[in-house]
Design a protein around this ligand. Structure first.
Ligand code: PMP
Length: 408
């Protein structure tokens, strides 16, 4: 609301590839792939066609009970084939936040079904973003998202995102026998683009395994090529018990998300008669959304974008490193995935060189970035070219210069 009050709305009217246009006819480079999701770029006719023909065949139908539809089945199979999860099963939802709720409830119900109803505690990390639904708001690693809403879901705690020792200490403080699951993004996205320290996830996965804690990878941002593979977490060589996905699964052409669940976690709901997971939503397994995701996955595969993204990652990292010497810049975080953050110095911020000011200046100059507290972040479509990356970073530099100059 503050952004809207500050001036006229920024009305997006069209988009194609890495470009979008506003209602004044001005063109912008989409440096954020909208909200971290448009991995294959905008305006893909193939996805539009897949949506159109699915709408004409079967627009929507519930997947409650034994109901199913072909796109949901095909998508689940393709995701299961590619997921680094043992004996994978797939639950589809309409987005990231909904999938976090699903994963958290599954974790707790799994333990209750296995005779450990006391295992309810959920641990997450500072800077971790897990959507803004009930449980997600409860486990989010940024306090500002939690205040003002009264009591949150019980039995949660947040540990430093880069410390295995702190996680271990917290597990012992709670008692491992009371901990249901640990949530972590492969690379923290919305919280500021923080890659894990070397060996972090191997040690975390081992720790969770040793204590029987379910390890849930929130791959909502990191999946579908953003980290050079299908689910992001592959990069760190570990196999979680659940993977939460959304965004890049359909490149956002239609809303879709879900959870890949290990056979072990799904087992109590197959094995124990009457033990139903009473959880699901109206539009889960929506055939038209699934058709969009299938067409999106076709493009990722055909254009080899999982591998291409590794070159894009290198180019982006190389270009952003040039900003490290800028007087307003405290730190550049990039090089793990097609994403980056430029952290501003506290002195710069105090002098008015703020992330929102840099964001606005860059947009005025034709490049869309994203401002978060203290930093400007980016996550362009995976199809961005080297020249376009150079343009993006040059515009960020000239915006930093212009805002610095104005701040005097
Ligand atoms: N997890 C992560 C890591 C995310 O980045 C997001 C969205 N930015 C979510 C969950 C929530 O997804 P949604 O906004 O689709 O509910």
């Amino acid at each position: 609301m503050n952004a809207v009050q500050a001036g006229p709305k920024f009305v997006v009217t069209e988009a194609s590839g890495v470009w979008l246009w506003d209602d004044q006819g001005d063109r912008y480079l989409d440096g954020t792939a909208s909200l971290w999701y448009c991995n294959v770029g905008h305006g893909r006719r193939e996805i539009a066609d897949a949506i159109h023909s699915q709408l004409l065949r079967l627009e929507a139908y519930t997947v409650y009970g034994d109901f199913a539809n072909r796109p949901a089945l095909e998508l689940s199979e393709r995701l299961a084939d590619r997921a680094p999860v043992d004996d994978p099963r797939v639950m589809l939802t309409c987005g990231g936040g909904e999938s976090i709720e699903t994963a958290a409830k599954l974790a707790r119900k799994y333990w209750a079904s296995r005779g450990h109803p006391e295992r309810v505690h959920l641990i997450s990390r500072t800077g971790g973003y897990h959507g803004l639904h009930g449980i997600g708001t409860g486990v989010i690693g940024m306090e500002r998202f939690r205040s003002g809403y009264g009591p949150m879901v019980e039995a949660t705690s947040v540990v430093a995102h880069d410390s295995v020792a702190e996680l271990e200490a917290e597990i012992h403080r709670i008692g491992p026998e009371n901990v249901a699951a640990f949530f972590a993004e492969p690379v923290i996205g919305a919280g500021g683009v923080y890659a894990p320290p070397d060996g972090y996830f191997e040690r975390v996965a081992e720790l969770c395994r040793r204590h029987g804690i379910l390890f849930i990878s929130d791959s909502v941002i990191c999946g579908f090529g953003r980290l050079g593979n299908w689910f992001g977490i592959e990069r760190f060589g570990v196999r979680p018990d659940m993977i939460v996905f959304a965004k890049g699964v359909s490149s956002g052409y239609l809303p879709l998300g879900g959870v890949v669940v290990s056979g072990e976690v799904a087992a109590p709901f197959w094995d124990q008669p009457g033990n139903t997971l009473l959880h699901g939503t109206t539009y889960a397994g929506h055939p038209t959304c699934c058709a969009a995701a299938l067409a999106n996955m076709d493009i990722l595969e055909r254009e080899n974008l999982l591998e291409v993204s590794l070159y894009v990652e290198r180019d982006l990292d190389r270009a952003l490193r040039g900003l490290e010497s800028h007087p307003a810049v405290a730190e550049v975080r990039s090089g793990t995935g097609v994403m980056g953050a430029v952290q501003l110095t506290t002195e710069a911020e105090e002098a008015g060189i703020s992330a929102p000011a840099v964001f606005r200046e860059a947009r005025r100059r034709g490049v869309i970035l994203r401002a978060i507290p203290g930093a400007v972040v980016m996550s362009p479509p995976l199809i961005i070219t080297t020249e376009q990356i150079e343009h993006l970073v040059a515009t960020l530099r000239s915006s930093l210069d212009a805002v610095s100059e104005r701040a005097g």
